[in-house]
Structure formats: structure tokens, C-alpha cells
Design a protein around this ligand. Structure first.
Ligand SMILES: *[C@@H]1O[C@H](CO)[C@@H](O)[C@H](O)[C@H]1NC(C)=O
Ligand SMILES: *[C@@H]1O[C@H](CO)[C@@H](O)[C@H](O)[C@H]1NC(C)=O
Ligand SMILES: *[C@@H]1O[C@H](CO)[C@@H](O)[C@H](O)[C@H]1NC(C)=O
Ligand SMILES: *[C@@H]1O[C@H](CO)[C@@H](O)[C@H](O)[C@H]1NC(C)=O
Ligand SMILES: *[C@@H]1O[C@H](CO)[C@@H](O)[C@H](O)[C@H]1NC(C)=O
Length: 388
């Protein structure tokens, strides 16, 4: 932004011998900027021109420096225009500057130099710490501006009306705006902002962002391990905590017992390696801050080792039916073999009988075999006898 850069036509002195037409223009300069103070002359006849500051001290006497202040410089002295500059303008330079022309009558014109002080980015002060369920009191402070800055509190793009107070500090003004907000846990970290607007800033704003700091008691939750735990497994319990301020550390305990020897605590995590059933119990995670304490518990049940149960389980599940079937089939097979054996033996015995008979009769000549066969009765009797 650029304020009319130091072109302050403070005094417009028009001197006309008979008709005096005098014009003055007031201009505003930013603090720290450079002001130009000009006297416009008409029909200048060589009279003495005197320029004075608001305290009526003579700055220049017809072009010659009178006051020892290097910030003032005579930059132009022509019959039509006298111009001085003032650098590093401060609010104490404000006031009427006199341009005087000493003639028969003394004519002068005064114009006012105004210094504008834009606000810095405001600050936010918290009166008391905010606790959930209570209220927070926030004060936005713009300690120095001229004319007074306008302060607005904004949350979620909406204005929160505040109680405004102004205090004059010499030529500048200190402005403050105070709001009170009810706060809950969910408001922790919520953004609010204070905007300072001012004519010298144009449409721009100086904005201070602030995040609500709402204190609340902790919450604690143990994240349990998935599935069941057996002897030899490792246990890892993590305690998830919230709270403002966040509790520094957590306490792990076992109700009515001490923590296992192998228990290791790192941060919010409890770890026990090689679990045994003696680790059964209720484990407690506790955390606290200035606003309260919280606890969560986890009941550990260590089941028998999977390795010890493995054979039993195999028989029960996978092998029970096949073994029965195989057993049945085997029994059937054995039974069949035995039956076959019995029949075979019986048959072979019978065959052997007839063979022996035949052999007995066949010891003779072939011709006699035929005879023996034809005379079966005798032969069979002979066989019977042999068998007996
Ligand atoms: C200049 O400022 C003075 C004092 O504030 C005021 O009285 C006067 O009317 C102003 N002149 C012009 C031309 O605005
Ligand atoms: C004032 O200064 C002007 C410009 O230097 C000069 O012309 C004029 O003579 C001076 N007047 C007197 C009375 O010294
Ligand atoms: C401007 O003036 C102020 C006091 O009014 C002073 O503190 C500062 O040093 C000055 N700056 C310069 C560049 O002279
Ligand atoms: C701890 O011991 C007390 C008293 O012996 C008993 O009342 C309580 O039920 C026990 N708690 C647990 C979790 O075993
Ligand atoms: C531990 O818990 C398991 C599961 O309930 C149970 O079978 C076992 O007997 C318990 N052991 C002891 C020592 O309490």
C-alpha cells in the first residue's frame, strides 16, 4: 500500500497584493515516512518567507535553516513555490505548520500535518487456563495505532462479538477486544483469529491466529492383542492415552499381584515374553494429569501350549475317520484271506485225496487204469481203505 507518499501540501499560501486567495490542504503521512511541506506563492515580491513548526519555532527564515533539526530540509525556493521535507515523521511532529509572508500585512496559512500509525499484528492474551466444561477468556490487544484500529474476533469465518476498550497513550491508542467462550474437550486445538483493520492498511488486515488450549482429564484404552495367547507366546499391550496436557507416562500394574519378572515397559507398551499360565491376571494401565486420572484393564488368560495338544488334536480331527476305515478294510481283508486260505486248503486236501487214489491205481499199467476206472466200485473201496 502507498499512502500519498509524503506529498503533504501543508500550506498553500497565496499572496496577491490586493486580493489574497489562500488555499490549504491537509494530508496524512505514515509514521516513519517523509512529509513534504509546500508554500505556494503568487506575485512574490522578494519578501521574507518564514516557516514555523506547530510550536511556533522558526524552521527556515527566508531559506536559511533556523532550527537545528536535520530531518527538515529546504528543497525548493522559487518565486512560486517554497518546499521543505520532513523525514522520519513521528506523531510528535503532528500539528499546524505555518507559512508566513512578511509584507505590509503579515499573511499566513496553517495546515495540519496528520501522522497515521497502522497497528502491528495484534497479540492474544489468555486470562486463565481453559479447562473443559469451563470458559476461556481471550483478549486481543493492539497496543498502538492512530486512529484506533478495529479489532474483530473470527472463528470458522464468523465474527464473535467482543467487549472493546480503548485507552489513549499520548497520541496513539491502545485497543483491546475481549471474548469469553465456553470450551469442551473437542475445542482443544480449534483455531480462532483476531484481525486488526485500519485505514492506513487499506483493505488488508493484520491477523493473529490462535489455537485454543483446552485442558482435560486423560482417557486410557488398552489395545488388546488379537486372538488367544498360549504358553510360550509373547504378550504386547499398548495403552492408548489422551489428555491435555498429555500424561507423561503410564503406570502398568497387575491387580493383587506383581508384574511378571519378564515384563518390560517401554513408553506406553507392556511386553511379556514366553508367557506361562502364572501370568494369568488382570493388568491395569493408569495415567493422570492435573485434571484427573483414568485407567483401563485387560484380563490375561494363557492357554495351554499348542505343541502339547498337537498329537491329540491330529488324532481327533485329521486321522480319526481314515484310521477307522483302514482298520475296517484291513479286518475285512484279513477275514477274506483267512476264508480263502481255508477254502484253498480244503480244496487242495480233497484234490490230493483223489490224486492219491488215482496214483494208487495208476501204479499199474495204463490199460489197467481204464479197467480200474470202469470197475470204480472196487477202486473206490480200495481208496477208502487207503484213506482210512
Ligand atoms: C485541515 O485540518 C484542520 C485541523 O484539523 C481543519 O481545521 C481544516 O479545516 C483542515 N483543512 C482542510 C482543507 O481540510
Ligand atoms: C528571501 O529569499 C529570496 C530567495 O532566495 C530572495 O529572492 C529574497 O530577496 C530574500 N528576501 C530578503 C528580504 O532577504
Ligand atoms: C526515527 O525516529 C525515531 C524516534 O522518533 C527513532 O527512534 C528512529 O531511530 C528514527 N529513524 C531513523 C532512520 O532516523
Ligand atoms: C483382589 O483381592 C481382593 C481381596 O483379596 C478381592 O476382593 C478382589 O476381588 C481381588 N481382585 C481381583 C481382580 O482378583
Ligand atoms: C490360566 O487361564 C487359562 C484359561 O482360562 C486356564 O486354563 C488356566 O488354568 C489358568 N491358569 C492358572 C494358573 O490360573
Amino acid at each position: 500500500f502507498h499512502l500519498p507518499q509524503s506529498s503533504v501540501w501543508v500550506v498553500l499560501l497565496q499572496y496577491v497584493t490586493r486580493c489574497q486567495a489562500v488555499q490549504a490542504e491537509n494530508v496524512t503521512v505514515l509514521e516513519g515516512g517523509t512529509a513534504q511541506i509546500s508554500c505556494r506563492l503568487q506575485n512574490y515580491d522578494g519578501s521574507i518567507v518564514v516557516i514555523q513548526n506547530p510550536r511556533r519555532q522558526t524552521l527556515f527564515f527566508n531559506g536559511t535553516r533556523a532550527l537545528k533539526d536535520d530531518r527538515f530540509q529546504m528543497v525548493l525556493f522559487t518565486p512560486r513555490l517554497v518546499r521543505i521535507t520532513l523525514t522520519n515523521v513521528s506523531v510528535s511532529d503532528e500539528g499546524g505548520y505555518f507559512c508566513q509572508l512578511y509584507t505590509d500585512d503579515t499573511h499566513h496559512q496553517v495546515a495540519t500535518l496528520s501522522v497515521s500509525v497502522p497497528p502491528d499484528t495484534p497479540t492474544v492474551e489468555v486470562k486463565q487456563e481453559a479447562v473443559e466444561g469451563g470458559e476461556v477468556e481471550l483478549t486481543c490487544l493492539s497496543p498502538r495505532s492512530k486512529p484506533p484500529a478495529t479489532l474483530r474476533w473470527i472463528r470458522d469465518r464468523r465474527e464473535i462479538p467482543g467487549v472493546v476498550s480503548q485507552q489513549e497513550n499520548g497520541k496513539t491508542v491502545s485497543v483491546s477486544s475481549t471474548i469469553r467462550l465456553p470450551v469442551e474437550r473437542k475445542d482443544n486445538g480449534a483455531a480462532v483469529s483476531c484481525e486488526a483493520s485500519h485505514p492506513a492498511l487499506g483493505g488488508q488486515k493484520r491477523v493473529r491466529h490462535y489455537r485454543l488450549d483446552v485442558h482435560f482429564a486423560p482417557t486410557v484404552r488398552i489395545i488388546p492383542p488379537p486372538g488367544i495367547l498360549r504358553e510360550g507366546d509373547s504378550l504386547s499391550l499398548t495403552c492408548s492415552i489422551t489428555g491435555n496436557p498429555l500424561p507423561r507416562d503410564v503406570q502398568w500394574t497387575r491387580i493383587n499381584d506383581t508384574l511378571p519378572e519378564r515384563a518390560e515397559i517401554s513408553g506406553t507398551t507392556l511386553q511379556v515374553s514366553r508367557l506361562s499360565q502364572s501370568h494369568n491376571g488382570t493388568y491395569l494401565c493408569q495415567a493422570q494429569n492435573n485434571y484427573g486420572r483414568a485407567a483401563d484393564h485387560y484380563t490375561l488368560l494363557v492357554y495351554g501350549s499348542l505343541v502339547a495338544q498337537l498329537p491329540l488334536r491330529l488324532i481327533e480331527t485329521h486321522s480319526a475317520v481314515p484310521y477307522a476305515v483302514i482298520g475296517g478294510v484291513l479286518a475285512l481283508l484279513v477275514f477274506t484271506i483267512i476264508c480263502v486260505l481255508i477254502i484253498t486248503i480244503w480244496c487242495s486236501v480233497r484234490q490230493k485225496g483223489s490224486y492219491l487214489t488215482h496214483e494208487a491205481s495208476g501204479l499199474d499199467e495204463h490199460g489197467e487204469v481204464q479197467e480200474a476206472f470202469l470197475n470204480g466200485n472196487d477202486a473206490s473201496q480200495g481208496k477208502k481203505e487207503y484213506l482210512l
